[in-house]
Design a protein around this ligand. Structure first.
Ligand code: MN
Length: 292
């Protein structure tokens, strides 16, 4: 089996704007938990929002460069607008895969409809690094509707393949997201009392986020809601046994690491300090465009 490196508790939450109460489950700015090609994961655990007739909650115009941001709406809705002219609503079950690349300015708010109605909100935002040769690729985004994401189901649970290739018993199921490097982003649901077994490529880093429920990993270690399990990069299967009374909902992330230096400042992630200074300057010069 693949060795469990460590299981981490979620750090304290903070607000992103006034719309997203997130726990930064891992970050490229930290000393540990490096899970390249993934840089960061902000997880907004379920919370209830009251109906709001005032301006929608969220975060106003801000830039990104050198990365992709992936927003998974598990409950509630996020409205998005960006300087490339893109915009829309990420509804429950949908995923937005945004390539900041050479620079984008965008805003992220609760949708008008969700704001007015209120209710349960749960979301994850993942930052995926871009390799040097693609850091300045043109900006854009993929709206991945829930109905375009394949779900593979068996008696033990299901796998929703957002990105990558599910190589389990129904080998060859491809996720709809176009990615620049080899990676997997899957929503795994393990039925109560069941066990699912996965084998990811030896070349991939691998981490699991337990969103809901309680599990036993590799027959030895327990993990529960909002914990992050990081595995060694090595061959071997992983076993996820649901030890709780309800389905265990898990976000599985794996990918080939991008073995390049990282120079990061807030929403800009480049390879060198010089590129970072240039990136901030070009943002200030308006080269990422603007929101009308
Ligand atoms: Mn953003």
């Amino acid at each position: 089996m693949r060795t469990i490196k460590q299981i981490y508790n979620a750090p304290h939450t903070h607000w992103v704007g006034n719309g997203f109460k997130v726990a930064p489950l891992f970050s490229h700015m930290g000393e540990d938990k490096q899970i390249s090609p993934f840089l960061m994961l902000d997880y907004a655990a379920p919370m209830e929002f009251a109906p709001n007739q005032a301006a929608p909650r969220g975060v106003g115009a801000h830039p990104h460069r050198g990365i992709e941001t992936v927003t998974i709406a598990y409950a509630g809705e996020v409205a998005h607008r960006d300087s490339s002219g893109g915009g829309g609503v990420i509804k429950q079950g949908d995923v937005q895969w945004m390539t900041a690349g050479n620079g984008i300015v965008h805003e992220e708010f609760h949708s008008l409809e969700f704001s007015a109605r209120g209710g349960r909100f749960e979301m994850a935002q993942l930052w995926v690094n871009l390799p040097r040769e693609h850091k300045r690729t043109p900006a854009g985004y993929q709206h991945i509707g829930a109905n375009t994401i394949p779900v593979i189901t068996d008696e033990n649970g299901s796998v929703r393949v957002i990105a990558g290739k599910y190589a389990g018993k129904y080998a060859g199921k491809l996720g709809p997201a176009d990615t620049f490097t080899e990676l997997n982003v899957w929503d795994v649901s393990v039925n109560a009392g069941a066990e699912m077994v996965f084998s990811l490529p030896e070349s991939h880093n691998l981490a699991l986020v337990i969103r809901h429920g309680e599990v036993e990993l590799n027959g030895s270690q327990r993990a529960a809601e909002t914990q992050l399990a990081v595995f060694e990069r090595e061959a071997g299967e992983i076993r996820i046994r649901n030890t709780g009374g309800k389905p265990a909902e898990i976000l599985l992330l794996s990918g080939v690491p991008i073995d390049e230096p990282i120079a990061a400042y807030g929403p800009f992630v480049m390879n060198t300090q010089e590129e970072l200074v240039e990136s901030v300057r070009e943002f200030n010069e308006g080269k990422y465009g603007w929101l009308d």
